[in-house]
Design a protein. Structure first.
Length: 582
């Protein structure tokens, strides 16, 4: 009995000491992960982790809201405001940029990397070593089940109905060492069809929305590391041209589909016979079809003998500037444990056994290409779209995008430096106080057009029939159907960095109004940094249209001008520009 009482006293003292330790610090933290639902305490994993964190520490968790495209902007905006986020969701494709730019601080000493659940390791050492480790320190913590590999999912039942022999199907080709682009393309051509007789293809042999994966399947990366660890452009690699040429021919031949709205349910709807997807996709697809599905690794391109096991992952870092590293680390531990438990439960109950077997095998040799495109991520889809959607040659796409890619890469290799948030009082401009002589101090003609010009429309020609309005003109026959006409001087008419804006203006067309005509406005700092896209369709030159829109995530120091342009119009009259902070 004495022994039991002694143990109870020791345990109670330990708990009291722990509570006192937590009480002494400030454990209130801010957490950012896209798509979190702070009200869902049952199903949202991040919120469940927060509830357990609060129960232990007494600290309040505030969830910063945002979508999947705003990770970097949210981090930067809070840094600029002097209010850093404590726990930041990150992806493999955010590195090394997030480290180089100084968005995060090391997690060493704040996150327990030896965590286990049911005797199984939770901390993702594969990702930690290959993706998140720099200068001997970890900059993010990932749970083991955040690893997701890419694979080919195919409808075996459909192939059987189409008379495809078992020996010609992907699984047999893989077993025979023949699972390559050539055999995949041959199979895809046989499976592509116009099933309704409409004259248009409605079933494609292969679907893939993640175009960049073709470079990886051919042993190529979009960048490479130099001796100093900086990323340099790798657009001149013949393996990249080879991959782009394969995509070009696939698109032109008609057996390849890129549209995600078709691909998403392509297997279940039989609009795609084969789809390149991620390991968790079959769990959803199998619920939507009775067809038999099978799964194989990715085929390899002509420049390599085998395709690497291509993975992606995510994790959590501690925001640079946060002084609550201990609290952030504690929350990250809960988040990793909750995600791991949730993933294990879902995998065991909804994933096909074949996928679980593939996952165990492929995990032995992981390859994360995400960090090779961290800097170029914002432009990569447009670059690849030149070939897949635009029908341009790989050579022309590479030539067109190389200068921009070089500039982006240079910027990515440069630390972000001091963030300065300038004051902003709002903009109200109706042009009534401007004259022809001082209008040029507010804007200049866009250098990319030969015929762009601006002037004042006065009296009855102005919007409202009095005062002044801004008149913009250009010649579509000389400059093409669409063009920017002016860029404003940001000192007199513009916005500043680190804010979100609501923009309004009135517009009336002048001259010829073409099909699908419109006017647009955009924040423009330079070729690398443009913000927002406010566009209004225009159908006649008698109506005065009131245009509203937003310019968000202006993640840059300094003052930024406004570009105003038109599509399929020869000119517009603009007035009553109003910009307020959103």
């Amino acid at each position: 009995m004495k022994k039991i009482k002694l143990l109870a006293c020791v345990a109670g003292a330990f708990m009291a000491l722990s509570s006192m330790a937590f009480a002494e610090g400030d454990w209130d933290i801010k957490v950012f992960r896209p798509a979190v639902n702070p009200r869902d305490h049952k199903n949202d994993v991040m919120v469940r982790a927060g509830d357990k964190y609060t129960a232990e520490t007494g600290g309040k968790v505030t969830y910063i809201l945002g979508d999947w495209g705003t990770v970097e902007s949210r981090v930067l905006s809070n840094m600029a405001a002097g209010d850093p986020i404590d726990v930041v969701f990150v992806r493999d494709q955010d590195f090394p940029k997030f480290k180089v730019k100084g968005y995060l601080q090391p997690i060493n000493g704040y996150v327990n990397t030896s965590m286990t659940s049911g005797g199984q390791q939770i901390f993702n050492f594969n990702a930690a070593e290959q993706v998140f480790k720099y200068d001997g320190k970890y900059y993010a913590a990932s749970h083991f089940t955040s690893n997701h590999f890419w694979l080919v999912i195919y409808n075996k039942t459909l192939m059987q109905e189409m008379g495809i022999k078992e020996s010609q199907m992907p699984k047999a080709l893989e077993a025979a060492g023949q699972w390559d682009w050539e055999h995949m393309a041959a199979l895809a051509r046989k499976l592509t069809a116009d099933t309704t007789g409409s004259g248009s293809i409605d079933r494609w042999g292969l679907g893939c929305w993640y175009t960049r994966i073709f470079a990886y399947m051919n042993g190529c990366e979009f960048t490479k590391k130099d001796a100093k660890g900086n990323l340099t452009l790798n657009f001149s690699d013949p393996k990249l041209t080879e991959a782009l040429s394969f995509l070009e021919s696939a698109k032109k031949a008609g057996w390849y589909q890129q549209d995600n709205s078709i691909i998403q349910d392509g297997i279940a709807n039989r609009t795609c016979a084969m789809v390149i997807g991620r390991e968790y996709d079959p769990a959803t697809i199998t619920r939507k079809t009775r067809d038999q599905l099978e799964y194989v690794k990715l085929p390899h391109g002509p420049s390599v003998k085998a395709c690497k096991n291509i993975f992606e992952c995510d994790g959590y870092g501690i925001g640079n500037g946060s002084k609550k590293q201990k609290a952030a680390g504690k929350y990250i531990e809960y988040a990793l444990k909750e995600w791991y438990a949730d993933d294990i439960k879902n995998r065991s109950s909804t994933w096909p056994k074949e996928i679980l077997t593939m996952s165990s095998e492929m995990m032995k040799n992981t390859y994360y290409p995400g960090p090779t495109v961290a800097a170029l991520d914002s432009m990569l889809d447009d670059f690849l779209g030149e070939v897949v959607w635009g029908g341009n040659s790989p050579a022309s796409a590479i030539e067109k995008y190389t200068p921009k890619a070089q500039a982006i890469l240079t910027d990515a290799n440069t630390p972000v430096g001091k963030l300065t948030k300038l004051p902003f009082k709002g903009v109200t401009q109706n042009f009534d106080k401007l004259t022809a002589s001082n209008l040029s101090t507010y804007m200049k003609a866009w250098e990319g057009t030969k015929t762009a010009k601006f002037s004042l429309a006065s009296g009855s020609a102005a919007i409202g029939g009095s005062g002044n309005s801004l008149k913009l003109e250009f010649d579509p026959e000389t400059d093409g159907d669409s063009a920017s006409i002016v860029i404003t001087d940001p000192t007199n008419l513009g916005i500043v960095g680190w804010r979100n804006y609501k923009v309004e203006f009135d517009v009336k067309a002048v001259g010829k109004v073409g099909k699908d005509a419109s006017v647009y406005m955009q924040g423009y700092a330079n070729e690398l940094y443009q913000y927002g896209w406010i566009e209004k369709s225009v159908t006649d030159n008698a109506t005065v249209y009131h245009v509203t829109g937003t310019i968000q995530n202006v993640n840059q120091n300094g003052r930024i001008g406004l570009v105003i342009g038109v599509k399929n119009l020869s000119g517009v009259i603009i007035d009553n520009i109003k910009i307020t902070e959103k």
